[in-house]
Write a protein that binds this ligand. Structure first.
Ligand SMILES: [Zn+2]
Length: 262
């Protein structure tokens, strides 16, 4: 499902396909997503620079901003042939970009650009962990006061924006930290390992998944995944040990008992 790296890829695609052009129409096929009347009002708007905030894609349309959240199965794709499960389309003279969402759990908002930062403050959404340099002290400070295990702590969007279940599983594996370790038990070098692992994981996913359409693991497609432990229970870790699956705060967790000692 879409997390920070996947939304980053879709944001870059949206920028390439749409930014700098004129919006011919914002076509809403699902009234539950956006009221069609407000979408009609932005026709003719200049499309500004698409940007990502956490797991949200923001697309300025004149004085308004369209914000998309993809939840489980949402994605933006270039519609070069008719697609199923389209909930909205962004038309320009050059392209039609579709918001495809099989399970219809994704969300959209169209609001004045001047209200976008207040929108994110109200969620509340914490600062971005990437692409700006973030050292171990930054990660430690963002989680200060948290007593829980490190994995659910890293999933808190009010502390750090954009990290989802897959990203946290993979970052902790690369940092050689067991997901059940508590935040107070982590040392400065543990946080430095998280700080080092996060951009490596994100860069890896960007390198492997970048393209016109991302296929999510929950779509059931038989595609190789870019992950080292996520979804690989019972398979061998790069060290040779067997990857374990546990459940933490109701979420599937994967780790290597050898690389990630408690
Ligand atoms: Zn291992």
């Amino acid at each position: 499902m879409p997390e920070l790296p996947e939304v980053e890829i879709m944001t870059r695609n949206a920028r390439r396909w749409l930014s700098g052009q004129t919006l011919a129409a914002l076509e809403v096929l699902d009234d539950a997503l956006l009221p069609a009347a407000s979408a009609a009002a932005v026709a003719g708007a200049h499309i500004g620079e698409a940007r990502r905030r956490g797991k949200y894609l923001c697309l300025p349309l004149g004085t308004q901003t369209l914000i998309l959240h993809f939840r489980m199965t949402g994605k933006v794709v270039l519609e070069t042939e008719p697609r199923r499960h389209v909930r909205a389309r962004i038309h320009t003279d050059a392209h039609t970009v579709a918001f495809v969402d099989t399970r219809r759990l994704g969300c959209a908002w169209l609001l004045p650009t001047s209200e976008v930062s207040a929108f994110f403050d109200a969620i509340p959404l914490g600062p971005e962990p990437w692409p700006m340099p973030r050292d171990g002290a930054w990660w430690a400070a963002r989680l200060s006061g948290t007593r829980s295990a490190i994995k659910p702590a890293l999933l808190r969007q009010d502390r750090i924006a954009g990290l989802g279940n897959i990203a946290v599983v993979e970052i902790l594996h690369r940092a050689k930290l067991h997901p059940a370790r508590t935040v107070p038990s982590l040392t400065a070098s543990d946080f430095a390992a998280i700080a080092a692992a996060a951009p490596v994981f994100i860069a890896h996913v960007l390198a492997v998944e970048s393209g016109p359409e991302i296929h999510y693991v929950n779509e059931g497609a038989a595609i190789p995944t870019p992950f080292l432990v996520y979804g690989r229970a019972g398979l061998a870790c790069t060290c040779g040990s067997t990857i374990e699956r546990t459940v933490q705060s109701g979420r599937a967790t994967f780790s290597c008992p050898n690389c990630q000692r408690r």
